[in-house]
Design a protein around this ligand. Structure first.
Ligand SMILES: [Zn+2]
Length: 137
């Protein structure tokens, strides 16, 4: 149930950010979810809604917008860059499923499409972050 933990930390971070900006109410929170994070978006949104309900007036009319961030990878050997979406197409169902549950499995199945090196890094599209917060003072 890491969706709940994530939703809770998003709301806590948003409230803290609003306090720093001296916002009385938060009207919108934009959240970016990396493709490799692979969370259940339905559960995540439900969790956000429930946590928002239990919060104070600040979040009464808040709107949450969730965007998916494309995952990009970079080969440490030749510098080639590619997208996770490209390799995902080539995986069979079993591999695709295991990546869904453990993003780290990606490292076992993936090679640089250009030089074949298994040594690469994820440059974007991992983790959950707040892109922006809107509110009134
Ligand atoms: Zn390479």
């Amino acid at each position: 149930m890491h969706e709940w933990a994530l939703a809770e930390s998003i709301i806590t971070t948003a409230v803290e950010a609003a306090e720093k900006k001296k916002l009385k109410t938060i009207s919108e929170i934009k959240i970016s979810i990396g493709e490799l994070q692979q969370i259940e978006q339905d559960i995540f949104e439900f969790a956000l809604g429930e946590i928002i309900k239990s919060q104070d007036e600040k979040l009464k009319n808040v709107k949450t917008i969730i965007i998916t961030e494309e995952s990009k990878l970079k080969c440490k050997n030749c510098g080639n860059k590619w997208k996770f979406a490209d390799i995902k197409k080539k995986l069979n169902d079993d591999e695709s499923e295991s990546i869904h549950f453990i993003p780290e499995v990606t490292f076992v199945h993936t090679r640089c499409p250009k030089c074949g090196s298994p040594d690469f890094e994820i440059t974007s599209g991992r983790g959950v972050s707040i892109t922006s917060i809107k509110g009134k003072r």
